[in-house]
Design a protein around this ligand. Structure first.
Ligand code: IMO
Ligand code: MG
Length: 482
């Protein structure tokens, strides 16, 4: 195998070696197929790797899985810090596609420890299926760890999710129906059941019985639904407990130690910034903290242990479910983007709402996450459009320009997007591996996004495959080393 050229970069007195990313090396998966991936240079002896958060910079579905898979090459640990199986992360390896809802995308890397941390809500039936699915494809899950403090999604959470949505009628949120909101609500109400409880049959029985007393009262009296039987849930969840027991432990010490020892911890965000329960477009949000700060809340590491935050964004915007979306395209261009980008939910199969890139949103994401750099994706999807627009601001009802995301955005019917229009490109991007290889107009688009977002672009994705990634060595190197 040819040895790829090395770039030597000096950053804060440290020399950093990165392989030129246009070179493709071959690596072996755990029992799976060899797969092409732009290789990250392994750290040198004694060199401390950064602990990184990968966060969605929009409304979710930014293709976080692909960048996590790429960065996981060098990470000792990949940690999911929030959300549950409302997430859908896809990784394409050769002709194989892996879809993850709970297990961190890092599981495809044999040495990487993958953690479902405290902030995650776990539907154990879904997790067991996901584990079995990976094992059936020859992927080992021996390195999976599940926090005993992660909350469990129970059948009544899924039921409540559906009943509450139905009751909202036209005002429904468009949740994924996975019981996420009700599970987090119980966590906040202190009536939740955690993975540690599930592992202890007596404790689980007592807490389930107490919860069911309340839940059944609501199900029958408020919704006129049938009550749930404790025995059936105990039996079903007893099986899950048995299957998951080998993986459950106290994860905060594991994560804290990995974060301290310089081997690189990757915090894998689910959902996106604007779905954050505090800082998103409330109430059209999820019930957790997808933002970078959620990595601290959801894992037990302190803010000083996080060295960089990579924001993932598409070259356009999508949204699933209800809520404001200023740059939404309800026309043929929106349909083209949906078709070309395969914009149908990984989790629910719903067609995603599509629109132009909104850099008001990106600047907001840069601010609330403290973004170090951007991983810009799906550039290839815009190929073939005569012109490409970028949302740069909004105008309000009084005709004034609004450059910052308003806190009451979900209720603002007066805002209209202000666009900058760039010429499109028609060249195929799928085999481009360097910024200089992009058609001039595509490159101009990337540079303009960087300027408008105020954050340097570290990677540009030109297709779903692992190797279809342009890596800006210098920018990425800064994020990868302490
Ligand atoms: P990934 O990790 C896109 C959206 C739902 C709904 C709202 C609340 O793939 O980026 P919930 O079921 O969480 O109570 O739904 O949040 N939503 C997502 N949209 N990607 C996701 O995850 C999402 N997870 C939740 O569509 O609007
Ligand atoms: Mg998704």
């Amino acid at each position: 195998m040819d040895s790829p050229a090395l770039s030597i970069l000096v950053f804060r007195g440290h020399s950093i070696r990165l392989r030129i990313p246009s070179h493709i090396t071959w690596r072996r998966e755990k029992g799976g197929p060899a797969a092409a991936i732009p290789k990250l240079e392994a750290p040198q002896e004694g060199e401390a790797l950064a602990n990184l958060v990968v966060v969605g910079a929009q409304w979710g579905d930014e293709a976080k899985g692909k960048i996590v898979d790429y960065l996981a090459q060098n990470a000792a640990m990949v940690v999911r810090y929030g959300g549950g199986n409302n997430a859908g992360h896809s990784v394409t390896v050769g002709s194989d596609e892996y879809k993850f809802h709970l297990i961190p995308a890092g599981i495809l890397h044999p040495e990487t420890v993958c953690v479902l941390a405290d902030g995650v809500v776990i539907d154990p039936g879904v997790l067991v299926k996901e584990i079995e699915g990976l094992q059936a494809r020859g992927v080992s899950v021996a390195n999976l760890r599940i926090s005993a403090a992660a909350h469990v999604i129970l059948p009544y959470h899924r039921l409540q999710d559906a009943l509450e949505e139905a009751r909202r009628g036209d005002d429904k949120l468009g949740t994924t129906g996975r019981g996420i909101g009700p599970a987090y609500a119980d966590k906040a109400a202190r009536t939740g059941i955690r993975m540690g409880d599930l592992m202890d049959p007596e404790r689980f029985t007592a807490r389930l019985q107490a919860a069911l007393d309340d839940k059944n009262a609501v199900l029958t009296k408020v919704y006129g639904a049938e009550p749930l039987e404790a025995a059936a849930i105990l039996e079903e969840y007893g099986r899950y407990a048995h299957a998951l027991r080998p993986f459950v432990c106290d994860t905060p010490p594991l994560v804290a130690q990995a974060a301290r020892n310089g081997k690189g911890v990757l915090f894998e965000g689910a959902q996106g910034t604007l779905l954050d329960i505090d800082l998103g477009t409330y109430p059209f949000v999820t019930s957790s903290h997808p933002i970078a700060g959620g990595a601290c809340l959801g894992t037990g590491v302190g803010p000083t242990q996080i060295h960089a935050v990579i924001g993932v964004a598409k070259s356009y915007t999508t949204r699933v479910g209800a809520g404001v979306f200023p740059t939404e395209l309800l026309d043929a261009t929106g349909d083209t983007i949906r078709d070309r980008g395969h914009e149908y939910g990984t989790t629910t199969g719903r067609p995603r709402r599509c629109g132009w890139l909104d850099t008001v949103v990106l600047r907001y994401a840069a601010q609330v996450n403290g973004l170090s750099c951007l991983a810009l994706g799906h550039l290839d999807v815009l190929t073939g459009l005569e012109e490409v627009k970028i949302g740069v601001a909004y105008t309000n009802g009084a005709g004034e320009t609004v450059r910052d995301l308003p806190g009451d955005l979900p209720f603002r019917t007066d805002l209209a997007p202000v666009y900058e229009t760039l010429p499109g490109w028609s060249e195929d991007l799928s085999s481009v591996r360097a910024l200089t290889g992009l058609p001039a107009n595509a490159r101009r688009f990337v540079e303009r996004v960087q300027d408008l977002a105020g954050v340097p672009v570290a990677t540009v994705s030109v297709g779903p495959a692992r190797e279809q990634t342009i890596v800006l060595d210098d920018v990425l190197a800064r994020a990868l080393r302490r």
